[in-house]
Design a protein around this ligand. Structure first.
Ligand code: RB5
Length: 149
């Protein structure tokens, strides 16, 4: 499985921990940065990761900023992207099973490394259930289509 990952400066330390963890687990990784502590803008990294998923280059994505809020809002502007901000393992499980989330967003200032890595593991290993959830996601896609030019 190929994983696309990105963060702003506020999410960099957690991104580095996640990259190390995923390498240890033998995942293939597309790391879009940021790579330094210099202040930068989270939408730039949200877009890189979201487009990588959208273009089929990666299977799932992970985004980190200070709260996870800004970077998930930005990623969700790309049609077809379902970015889920998770701070607990139950949500990580549910966002894959029910919402077929294709990007996990995390807040470096919100969750500790241990919880974050558990969230990552559950997100990557849980499968979409389909069925009644598919119908609801089709409705989400209809809303997206209605407001896309
Ligand atoms: C950067 O200071 C911070 O605003 C950003 O990482 C994120 O938390 C925004 O939602």
């Amino acid at each position: 499985m190929k994983i696309s990952i990105g963060s702003d400066h506020a999410g960099l330390p957690l991104k580095q921990e996640i990259v190390k963890h995923l390498k240890d687990e033998d995942y293939e990784i597309n790391d879009f940065g940021t790579f330094t502590e210099k202040s930068c803008d989270y939408p730039d990294y949200a877009l890189k990761v979201a487009e990588d998923i959208k273009n089929g280059n990666s299977d799932l994505g992970i985004l980190v900023c200070g709260t996870g809020i800004g970077i998930s809002i930005a990623a969700n502007k790309v049609p077809g992207i379902r970015a889920a901000l998770c701070s607990d393992t139950f949500s990580a499980h549910a966002c894959r099973e029910h919402n077929n989330a294709n990007i996990l967003a995390l807040g470096q200032r919100v969750v500790g490394v241990g919880v974050a890595l558990d969230i990552v593991d559950i997100f990557l290993k849980t499968k979409f259930q389909g069925g009644r959830h598919e119908k609801r996601l089709n409705k989400v896609a209809e809303i997206e289509a209605k407001y896309s030019k």
